[in-house]
Structure formats: structure tokens, C-alpha cells
Write a protein that binds this ligand. Structure first.
Ligand code: SF4
Length: 138
């Protein structure tokens, strides 16, 4: 009897094991199908447009914007430390401004324009602005 019981138990556990493995296999299969349809996880953060904290309606680039900060840009070049504004191409630091910089493209009728080195959509630099990459207009 004990022997019979053992066989029954063995059959029962064998069935459960086979059933379990089958279920496990199906689950793994479904997981694979699920993985194929799932969107890949982003490995790198999506570049968001840089924040522009300039007041609404102000067309100038915010001074704390990474592009402006990196170039030490100032809306008013006359406020920049003279030690930073060195003579370039025969133009004294005091005479340098975005207006006479080769990277400046003025906006008609405005005292500001686009800077090729600060290509932020909708944002501009002041004609009287200045940054460390100033270069004499050709
Ligand atoms: S590169 Fe020229 S136009 Fe651009 S911020 Fe500097 S000085 Fe102004």
C-alpha cells in the first residue's frame, strides 16, 4: 500500500512538475512576445529644449541659459570686466559688441539679433551684448 501510495505521489508530483514547467515555458514565451512589442527603455535621457527663463515676451536669451553662460554672454557688453574683453583683430575690448561680431545676424528694426553660436529658437542676443567668442565682422 505504501508502495502504491508512493507511486501515486510520484505520478502526482511528476504531473505537477511537468505542468509547472509547461506553464513556466508558456510564460517565458509570452514574456518574449511582450518584450518584442514593448518600447525599448531609453538608455540616455531625451534632450529637452533648454529652459529659457527670460520673462515672457523677452526675446533675449536668458543669461542663465547654458549657451549664454558657457560663452560668458552679457546683454550689455559695457558691464563685462575689462580684463575679460581683450583687444582682438585690432578692435579694443570696449568697442566689441554683438553688433560688430561676425556671428551676429540682426533682426530688422530691432536692437537684437540671432547669434550663430547661441542657436536657441526664438531667443536672441542684444546688439550691445558681448561674449568671449566675439570675432571681428569680416
Ligand atoms: S558670438 Fe558674437 S554675436 Fe554671439 S554672443 Fe558672442 S559677441 Fe554676441
Amino acid at each position: 500500500m505504501n508502495d502504491l501510495f508512493s507511486r501515486r505521489e510520484a505520478v502526482k508530483w511528476g504531473t505537477l512538475t511537468v505542468g509547472g514547467l509547461t506553464l513556466f515555458g508558456m510564460t517565458a514565451c509570452f514574456d518574449k512576445k511582450k518584450d518584442k512589442t514593448a518600447q525599448p527603455a531609453a538608455t540616455e535621457p531625451v534632450a529637452k529644449p533648454a529652459a529659457n527663463t527670460a520673462p515672457s515676451g523677452d526675446p533675449l536669451i536668458a543669461l542663465d541659459h547654458a549657451s549664454a553662460k558657457g560663452l560668458k554672454y552679457a546683454h550689455d557688453g559695457s558691464t563685462v570686466d575689462a580684463a575679460l574683453k581683450v583687444e582682438k583683430s585690432g578692435v579694443a575690448g570696449a568697442d566689441q559688441s554683438c553688433l560688430n561680431c561676425q556671428f551676429y545676424k540682426p533682426v530688422d528694426g530691432k536692437d537684437y539679433g540671432k547669434c550663430q553660436l547661441i542657436p536657441v529658437p526664438g531667443k536672441h542676443v542684444a546688439a550691445k551684448g558681448w561674449c568671449v567668442t566675439w570675432a571681428k565682422k569680416a
